[in-house]
Ligand binder design. Sequence first.
Ligand SMILES: [Zn+2]
Length: 349
Amino acid sequence: MPLVSTRQLLDEAAKGGYGVGAFNVNDMEQIQAIMEAAKETNSPVIIQASRGARAFAQDNYLYHLMLAAAELYPQIPLAMHLDHGNSYETCVSAIQLGFTSVMMDGSLKPDGKTPASFEENVEVTKKVVDYAHERGIAVEGEIGVLGGIEDGHGAGGSGLDHVTDPDQAVEFAERTGVDSLAIAIGTSHGAYKFTKKPDGSVLKMDLLIKIHNRLPKTHLVMHGSSSVPKDLQDIINQYGGKLKETWGVPVEEIQLGIKNGVRKVNVDTDNRLAITGAIRKVFVETPEKFDPRDYLKPARAAMQKVVALRMTQFGQAGHAGDYQAISIADMAKGYANGTLSTKPLVAAK
Ligand SMILES: [Zn+2]
């Protein structure tokens, strides 16, 4: 299948009542792990790259690796998404390269650190939406600010500093016409999300449900949604790592989110943990080895295992064959003639 729009994947996920994992990549092995997991579970999938990934791998490498994935797995609906675009220019450059959706994170100023005002966020996001939709590309916006820092991006601090206000979410969706909306409900980027198993005082699932009730047809996005499972932490520490004890977002909370409008779930840390644990194990158990394939193969397999498990848990497994690709050109026509709605359905309080 050619690279498809994330909007099509999320519209189909809404019809089917499931969520789609969006997995971050920096290199070939991660892309291979995700695609093998998608094949194994027959899942549509979103592969995303941050600005940090684009700087690490270079745009052309990333793009052509994605094209290779689309060629090698014609049965898998695959979208290529820009994670946390920090400015209009970053989003435009991703679209010109061939990304099929972008996130304009206008919750922060272009420095990727300072929280922006609501009006600034609306203005830059709307500008990206106008540019993107004309070209058939989907846009994710963010309202409220995630905690933590990843790849140099983030406001830092707790995920509770700037949680999403439901009224602002409604106004933001109406004024920008975004295809999907990332919300802040207490989650953070990175491995250190919570200091104990999160309860409702730190992970605001009630707020997510409130936002979903006001915007019942809007595709919601959960960021910072790695589960940081203890077994993956343990492998790293068993083989010489020094991770401090930490908790992520429990899978059952993500599943509750999926029942309440969450269609895209961002996962990065869990895969990083799986890769690092597998590599450490090889280094410690067989220190005589020096062929990178000796540790990259198990690293790739460990990541595939985590991704396949998440695909099953999010419900996207089994849905790859549900639909045919809509071309990006036809997506552009859909935005222009209104068959692809950009006006959210808003329910009364
Ligand atoms: Zn994020």
